[in-house]
Write a protein that binds this ligand. Sequence first.
Ligand SMILES: [Zn+2]
Length: 388
Amino acid sequence: MRLKLLLPEVKVDEFAQPKRCPCNGCPGMVFIPRQKVSKNILDTKYQEVSAWRYECAKCGCTFRVYPEGVNKQQISKRVNGMAIMLYILGLSYGAVEIVLGSLGVSIGKTSVYRAVQSASEKVPGMKQKKLLTDYKTKAVGADVTSVRCNGKWIQIGISVDAVNGMVLSIDKLPGEDAEQLKAWLKPILDAVDADVLVTDDADGFKKVSDETGRSHQVCKSHVGRNTDELIDELSAIIAENQDHSLETIGIQAEQALADLAKLREMIHTRIPAEQSLLEAIYLRYANAPKPEKGKKHNVAYRIRNLFMDRWNLWPRLTFYRTWKDEYGNTILDGTNNHCERSIGWWIKERYRSMRGYKREQSALNVSRLIAFAGSRLSRGLNLADLMA
Ligand SMILES: [Zn+2]
């Protein structure tokens, strides 16, 4: 995980001119400075700063204007920023209190908690119901992960721009069945105007792509790994010569081993036109009988299912090879790596050092905050932007 966080500073001589009257509904635009007043603050450099008391020329109400890095709270933005930074780096709320206390800044862990949650709530977008305004992308990557919260596991869905990896939303999901995934993803696909969904090979996602009319790219790495494992397992059983199901459909062990070896090659080269070859191999095993209920699936039937599944999956697995931009370049790399990286960096990395969240909202807030910081690597995330 790489993050670039910029701490707010306190500039005692810099005051922003008031622009609006804070009194409810007052249209006043002219303000008269009345008095310089002093304010005690909790900061690493200053114990006291000056504030200005202004009067609204329209309604006569008075209000204070604070120097940069200070607001009506006692804790300076710099200290709140340090608290947020230490928390994101992996310290607990209590540990942040101890570290800052040892540096002479006594801030309670409740204040640390408030600083983290309040900054997180100001992260723009990243909610299914409130994505970044007007953000468009051709392809959305989606995945589901879980975190422990108050002793229970909660499902968290993450959606990303599958082209550049930017996180679109981090949401709590009621579950992972097809209907729940669709209820979560359809509004996101619609909002960003995406034509393509990128996911792992869970069946629920296939239904989402079919029912929302989106093309589907299933992660080639997932399928490659799963297929390799199955081929290893099936080949080993055939080599042991204990299972006689292939004989009953008239297939030699050498033929089955050769078919599996061919599949291993195809799953890694992923040539779109080879779908018909998969069909042809599937047909060799098509009449392998389904074992009786409760009986273990034999090798012939498992090979039949494996080829049928990969034959049907082929268009979703090879979609990225034929989907190109106007210059003829492929747009996707065929994996769901953007999503997996986002889960690892923005959801799981911080989570590793804790035993779980107490509140579901905190789990979402903190993940969104870290993801937002991660999307600001080039310029850095100015923590002051997330403070009132
Ligand atoms: Zn006013």
